[in-house]
Unconditional design. Structure first.
Length: 186
């Protein structure tokens, strides 16, 4: 955000810092209003299926993130590319914050329920993967943006998120079979 808003919009470092209130307010909204619903959905689905709990019942609210993340990435990409008012671009990051929290929380709960005894290892493996991707992307992004511009450059990430968007639905539908086929035996 630093390069985009200090360059194209002429913001100072302090002003750029305030722009993180967009995704931050999305994080808070999700934590206050949506994350507590993960257990509610889990309990309703368990009751609906003869009181048989399944880890996949933790995933339905991840679909919020599966929709909001690509939407917000395309929104941000093209409002920045077209030099729309700064508030228009930051408004999209609110939804990114919601999506990120929902996917992370639903996934963490899914790991815990799926791997019970090895939940800490599953969460650690997920964290390592996220950290590796989070470490590599900032190294590659500047050349991507230089070559494609912010609109298409950020849209690349939007397209990747669109490809990954069906994951919560697929794991909801096939997660039990996957877990049975690839059991962890230590």
């Amino acid at each position: 955000m630093q390069d985009i808003y200090s360059g194209s919009y002429g913001f100072s470092i302090e002003q750029v810092g305030f722009l993180y209130l967009g995704p931050g307010s999305g994080f808070l909204f999700a934590v206050w209003f949506l994350v507590p619903r993960i257990d509610d959905v889990y309990k309703k689905l368990t009751a609906k299926h003869s009181e048989k709990p399944m880890p996949e019942y933790r995933l339905p609210l991840a679909n919020i993130g599966a929709v909001f993340i690509p939407m917000s990435l395309f929104w941000f990409a093209w409002t920045v590319e077209k030099h729309a008012h700064w508030f228009a671009s930051i408004a999209g990051t609110f939804f990114y914050g919601i999506g990120q929290v929902m996917i992370l929380n639903c996934t963490q709960n899914y790991y815990i329920d799926s791997f019970k005894t090895y939940a800490a290892s599953a969460i650690a493996a997920g964290t390592v993967f996220r950290s590796l991707v989070g470490g590599v992307v900032p190294l590659l992004a500047p050349s991507l943006f230089d070559g494609l511009g912010y609109g298409w450059g950020i849209s690349v990430f939007g397209f990747v998120s669109l490809v990954l968007a069906p994951a919560p639905v697929l794991f909801f539908a096939f997660g039990e079979r996957i877990r049975e086929r690839f059991t962890v035996k230590l």
